[in-house]
Design a protein around this ligand. Structure first.
Ligand code: 8YV
Length: 331
């Protein structure tokens, strides 16, 4: 007898190639319009589906999880970060959660370097000046930025993405420093010629550039608090391609406005998708570079993420432990 295909509800539009494969393998309900689902629509999906495939734009919290039907078994997140899902509530309710680690590491690290360069070398400001017809010709003293070669980069969170940033930054001649919950293996430290700081405070006070590359968990919410941001040097640049909630954004804005920090490059925001108008004003003044959460936005990355979601669903449905299972103790 043919086994019934699992009902898989996908909350956003995914690359065609991924959606086609999902249709072949599952009873897949896709979101052609790409309109984010409301909490009520998500609750209904959890009531009827076997598997839910959410993204960072869906808040899968405890009240929602409580409404899951008996048949609901797997939340296969299309994304690496799982701060959009209450993993503890899911586990309590007997739901397995998976994510898509590894396949967006290089793309996110590339975007981190792009933001470091954009802020230090005033790339967006320069490009805007040309398109606004404000360029009258080369000048020895116009549009000067800061050299990154020889500067100190402090990486907050030395996981996969942090290490990929370190590798790139080393090639740019930056000296690499890091803070992490756990010190990384000495072989990695040696390869990256990196300096470990047990104290985040001490590291922040000494860096020219700081890059945030840790996940957002209850422990990292506002890790860069108003107090810690004050430790940064006035010439420092702060870059965030992880999650907005890790930085106290209001405090950062106040410091940028007061000139207490030189600049920032942000791909993520505390109240995404809302972006503070103050940040937009600072961007117009050339103090910050703002991007719309596009760190992993490559065609290849999004297809690979979809592949990972499919592999996790298949493994789970075949009765195996899915390769990218997320457990609360991993957060
Ligand atoms: C993804 C991300 O685009 O995977 C992550 O954690 O932040 C993004 O790069 C997003 O999460 C997709 O759900």
């Amino acid at each position: 007898m043919l086994r019934k295909k699992p009902l898989v509800i996908v909350t956003r539009k995914l690359p065609d190639m991924v959606e086609t494969r999902m249709r072949e393998l599952f009873d897949a309900r896709l979101n052609e319009s790409d309109k984010p689902m409301s909490q009520a629509e998500l609750a209904q999906a959890l009531r009827i589906a076997d598997v839910l495939v959410p993204t960072v734009t869906d808040r899968i919290d405890a009240p929602l999880i409580e409404q899951a039907g008996e048949q609901m078994k797997l939340i296969a997140n299309f994304g690496n970060g799982v701060d959009n899902i209450d993993v503890v509530a899911a586990l309590k309710r007997g739901l397995t959660v998976t994510n898509t680690p590894g396949v967006l590491t290089d793309d996110t690290a590339d975007m981190t370097m792009a933001l470091i360069l954009a802020v230090a070398r005033r790339i967006v400001e320069g490009a805007n000046a040309v398109t606004a017809n404000n360029w009258t010709g080369w000048s020895p003293t116009w549009m000067l930025g800061g050299r990154i070669t020889g500067k100190r980069l402090g990486i907050v969170g030395m996981g996969r993405i942090g290490q990929a940033v370190a590798r790139r930054a080393k090639a740019f001649g930056l000296s690499i420093h890091y803070h992490n919950r756990r010190r990384v293996h000495s072989a990695i430290e040696d390869e990256l010629e990196t300096t470990y700081w047990e104290s985040l405070d001490q590291m922040l006070a000494r860096m020219d550039i700081v890059s945030v590359n840790c996940p957002h968990t209850p422990a990292t919410y506002h890790l860069l608090s108003a107090r810690r941001l004050k430790l940064l040097r006035p010439s420092a640049i702060l870059v965030n391609t992880a999650r907005g909630e890790i930085i106290d954004e209001a405090a950062l804005i106040r410091m940028l406005e007061a000139g207490e920090i030189a600049g920032a490059g942000l791909d993520v925001f505390e109240h995404e998708p809302a972006v503070s108008t103050k940040l937009m004003r600072l961007a117009k003044a050339g103090k910050v570079t703002l991007l719309p959460h596009m760190g992993s936005a490559t065609v290849e990355g999004r297809v690979d993420m979809g592949e990972k979601v499919i592999v996790n669903i298949r493994a789970f449905m075949d009765g195996h432990r899915p390769p990218d299972r997320v457990l609360p103790n991993m957060l």
